[in-house]
Ligand binder design. Structure first.
Ligand SMILES: NC(=O)c1ccc[n+]([C@@H]2O[C@H](COP(=O)([O-])OP(=O)(O)OC[C@H]3O[C@@H](n4cnc5c(N)ncnc54)[C@H](O)[C@@H]3O)[C@@H](O)[C@H]2O)c1
Ligand SMILES: O=P(O)(O)OC[C@@H](O)[C@@H](O)[C@H](O)[C@H](O)CO
Length: 395
């Protein structure tokens, strides 16, 4: 069992999954924090409390291993989580549970904050590390619902809710002797909106960049890295391929992904004034990261929860709508969106719902319902045409 050292700063991190152990938790530990991992997975919590350390294997051109210790695990609905949040030496709450789960952890965080206020009123910051625009603000909105006006006034003054952009590819862990070990790529970026903080991040977190330009960071990341990743996953799945690197080894898929990133890139450069050459390099680096042969990243992980990925403002419709607003082409993005409608995976409830909807109302109506592009519009036509083509080539 791990113990916090006297005077050691603490962070409570919700979600001890791939990015939780492989990036956020690891950075916090390396920066001197004791990390309390809170998760719903009983087996995982038991493993965290059984193993004194776990290894982060950096799988890239050069390989290295980082040993992570100084953490404990608690069930996220247990009272220990509330006590951990209430302690003044807890300086940060972070999450990596998935955007759809924020609404479920909000009441727990709210209760913990009430205990904290009752025990004193020391400030702290909350950073939700989910792939979503405005994820921490969204969590803050959910948390406020459980608090009184007086508590919310304190929250506004003393509790920072800082949006962020988190980037490191962490695939599902391979089977190793220690089930907590995780494989990651070398690249990483964690950009946090400085204006959301209510107290300095102390000690500073290694690898965390504080920025005044978060909207540009998050849109560049979501509409490039995650956009290309999702399109590779959906087209790869449609072609019967298992892994992202295999998908990108297919020339036609690579052409579509590169084309889509060209389209989203043109819109991003217009909106955020990025240097064109630098943005091209960002795209090339993303493509290079996707084909890392050591990551063994499954199309099923990258494509998971297709309805979330088809949501307004997310990685597929976000850049498509933005490009259309500037009158820019979206042919490759439309193919990526079309491929999402073929992501037929029985153990992904969002996939079951999506495929069920297509079966029930037909592709033309389903595209209207999920994308908002009206039948008869240019983009709707492109998506339906690409869907029919992809479906035809599958049979
Ligand atoms: N893996 C990556 O490459 C990566 C990179 C950047 C951002 N992200 C984002 O991080 C988040 C997590 O992704 P992941 O790949 O680590 O997924 P994951 O499935 O490996 O981990 C999620 C963890 O959250 C836990 N969880 C689920 N519901 C919970 C609850 N109610 N309370 C506490 N814990 C709960 C799960 O048990 C699991 O351990 C997502 O939003 C994802 O978009 C992932
Ligand atoms: O985590 P998701 O489901 O939003 O997206 C799947 C992948 O694209 C994602 O996890 C990337 O690996 C990650 O965003 C890299 O920073």
């Amino acid at each position: 069992m791990h113990e916090r050292q006297p005077n050691q700063p603490q962070a409570v991190h919700f979600g001890a999954g791939n990015i939780g152990r492989g990036f956020i938790g690891a950075l916090l530990v390396e920066s001197g924090y004791f990390v309390v991992f809170a998760d719903v997975d009983t087996k995982l919590i038991k493993e965290l409390n059984t193993h004194d350390s776990y290894e982060v294997h950096v799988l890239d051109e050069t390989e290295r291993t980082e040993e992570i210790h100084s953490y404990s695990g608690v069930l996220s609905h247990a009272d220990e989580v509330l006590h951990a949040i209430a302690q003044p030496h807890t300086r940060l709450i972070t999450t990596a549970v998935g955007p759809n789960v924020l609404v479920r952890i909000a009441p727990i965080i709210a209760k913990g904050l009430q205990e904290r206020l009752a025990a004193g009123d020391s400030p702290l910051n909350i950073i939700a590390c989910e792939n979503m625009v405005g994820q921490t603000e969204t969590l803050g909105k959910y948390v406020r619902r459980y608090l009184s006006d007086e508590e919310n006034a304190w929250l506004g003054d003393k509790v920072g809710f800082a949006n962020c952009s988190v980037d490191r590819i962490v695939p599902a862990a391979a089977q190793t002797e220690n089930p907590l070990d995780v494989g990651v790529e070398d690249f990483s970026e964690w950009a946090v909106d400085r204006s959301g903080l209510r107290t300095p991040i102390e000690p500073p977190v290694r690898g965390m960049t504080l920025t005044d330009a978060l909207p540009a960071y998050i849109e560049r990341k979501l509409y490039t890295l995650n956009c290309g990743h999702a399109i590779a996953a959906y087209l790869g799945f449609a072609h019967g391929l298992d892994r992202i690197d295999q998908a990108l080894a297919n020339t036609a898929i690579l052409q579509d992904v590169r084309g889509a990133l060209g389209e989203s890139g043109a819109a991003l450069v217009r909106k955020h004034g990025f240097d064109e050459r630098e943005h091209e390099q960002y795209v090339e680096r993303a493509l290079h990261r996707f084909v890392n042969p050591k990551l063994h990243d499954d199309v099923v992980r990258v494509g998971r929860q297709p309805l979330r990925k088809l949501a307004k403002g997310d990685r597929l419709l976000g850049p498509t709508v933005m490009a259309r607003e500037y009158g820019l082409p979206v042919d490759h993005l439309a193919r990526g969106i079309a491929a999402a409608f073929l992501f037929d995976l029985k153990d992904d409830p969002q996939s079951v719902e999506l495929i069920g909807k297509v079966d029930e109302v037909g592709i033309e109506r389903a595209v209207v319902e999920y994308t908002g592009f009206e039948a008869g519009s240019d983009v709707h036509g492109k998506i339906v045409e690409a869907y029919l083509q992809l479906k035809e080539s599958k049979t």
